[in-house]
Write a protein that binds this ligand. Structure first.
Ligand SMILES: O=C([O-])C(=O)C[C@H](O)[C@@H](O)C(=O)[O-]
Ligand SMILES: [Mg+2]
Length: 418
């Protein structure tokens, strides 16, 4: 089945001022939506990053896709690699580890791989899970992903969550997420305040939600020594500790002393990192992300690798829309070795590009769609509206650091600060 045309649409959706180690989220999160249009009216959907540098790489591939067989994924991989000369994509938020040509190719390939799998599924009348080997579970569990946040954006734009800076407001946000989505486990994005304050936040959550698995992710805000101390203070409280300190070597030193497993989406971020990361015993849990690991099939290969080495697997997320959630759900469902509830930023957004009603949360889990492809339908009007947002907002890259300086003049990132 030949690809006849590919339409790339950059979009932007409203994002609250969520805090992290790098600063604060800007008023809009950027994404790209791709429609791979094939013979017989079949269309496949993909979603990924929306910053200008990423779009530039994606655009290099577009003219080569016409005439490509949508079932030929190795050919797609070659075609992407050939198109992307030797550019290495980086980002201005630094939250998903190092960059390389390999990771750049994997990221761009992933966008098209997902769209091709969606198209294949529509053509065959089968869900993507079937194309990935079949369902290992009927629903995919996610965790309540909590953030500290400001009450409003610099331009006065507000959201329904209000300010979250204290243990009380943190527990309040968890309660709301539990009530609305039925989540059972909690992840706290840390790296914002000094460790004692974030430990207090974790303890407040543990007290308010006894028995619910808890994690904290300061995105490398702590030194090795601080990480070891926090791990010891939160012994018996955390299910796992995510990226306490930067780099494989530092993580390995923490892992040696910590009672709980360490997780990462920062120090092992492509297949080249697996051997050194696993050899150093730096992590007990790998947080995969199909957007930069090279798609859904690469995520399954990663899962088998993790299982072979006794490493757990879960899923990392960035601010995303429904096409990405659908892809995460499909691959998670078709991946037997998935050992923890996955991350999602889903509760923080109020708009989308897909028709509502399919990806619903019950008891913190999304039922795996059984309809063809990813199981979702693009809402063309919503896509046009979010594209209009993109044009109007004027953002071309994610830059939490510079935006934070509007709140805190002179702000420097918190990486290994404490
Ligand atoms: O687990 C993580 O490190 C993330 O989810 C990275 C994200 O970019 C998160 O920090 C965010 O949205 O600010
Ligand atoms: Mg993380």
């Amino acid at each position: 089945m030949q690809i006849l045309d590919v339409v790339l649409t950059p979009v932007a959706f409203a994002d609250p001022p969520l805090l992290n180690v790098m600063g604060v989220h800007e008023p809009f999160a950027l994404r790209s939506v791709v429609q791979v249009k094939c013979e017989d009216g079949v269309v496949g959907l993909g979603e990924s990053y929306g910053d200008e540098a990423f779009l530039g790489e994606v655009r290099k591939v577009l003219p080569r896709l016409r005439g490509h067989d949508v079932f030929d994924l190795p050919g797609l991989q070659r075609l992407v690699a050939e198109a992307l000369s030797d550019t290495v994509l980086t980002d201005a938020h630094g939250l998903i580890g190092g960059f390389s040509i390999r990771k750049t190719i994997a990221s761009v390939y992933s966008l098209f791989e997902v769209a091709c799998l969606d198209a294949q599924g529509h053509y065959l009348g089968r869900p993507v899970t079937d194309l990935l080997g079949g369902k290992a579970r009927d629903a995919v569990e996610f965790s309540a992903y909590l953030f500290y946040k400001y009450g409003k954006h610099i331009d006065g734009r507000e959201d329904s969550w209000g300010e979250i800076t204290t243990p009380e407001t943190l527990a309040g946000s968890a309660k709301r997420m539990f009530d609305e989505y039925g989540f059972r486990s909690i992840k706290l994005k840390g790296g914002v305040y000094e460790p004692a304050q974030e430990i207090e936040g974790v303890r407040a959550l543990a007290e308010a939600f006894p028995g619910h698995p808890l994690r904290i992710d300061p995105n490398g805000a702590w030194t090795v020594e601080t990480s070891i101390r926090v791990a010891s203070e939160l012994d018996g409280v955390l299910e796992y500790l995510e990226d306490p300190t930067p780099g494989i070597e530092g993580m390995a030193r923490v892992a040696e002393q910590a009672s709980m497993p360490l997780a990462t989406n920062m120090c092992v971020v492509n297949f080249g990192d697996v051997e050194p990361g696993f050899r150093a015993r730096a992590i007990g849990v790998l947080l995969s992300d199909h957007h930069f690991w090279g798609g859904l099939r690469a995520t399954q290969a990663l899962s088998v690798t993790c299982e072979s080495f006794g490493v757990g697997l879960s899923m990392h997320s960035n601010s995303h829309l429904g096409i990405s959630l659908a892809a995460m759900v499909q691959v998670a469902a078709a991946t037997p070795h998935l050992t923890y509830a996955c991350d999602t930023h889903w509760p923080w957004k109020v708009e989308d590009v897909i028709e509502p009603g399919v990806l619903e949360f019950t008891d913190g889990a999304v039922a795996v769609p059984t309809t063809p492809g990813l199981g979702i339908t693009l809402d063309e009007d919503a896509l046009a509206k979010l594209h209009e947002n993109y044009v109007r907002c004027g953002l071309t890259k994610r830059d939490d650091v510079t935006y934070m300086r509007k709140y805190v003049p002179g702000f420097e990132t918190n990486t290994a600060r404490w």
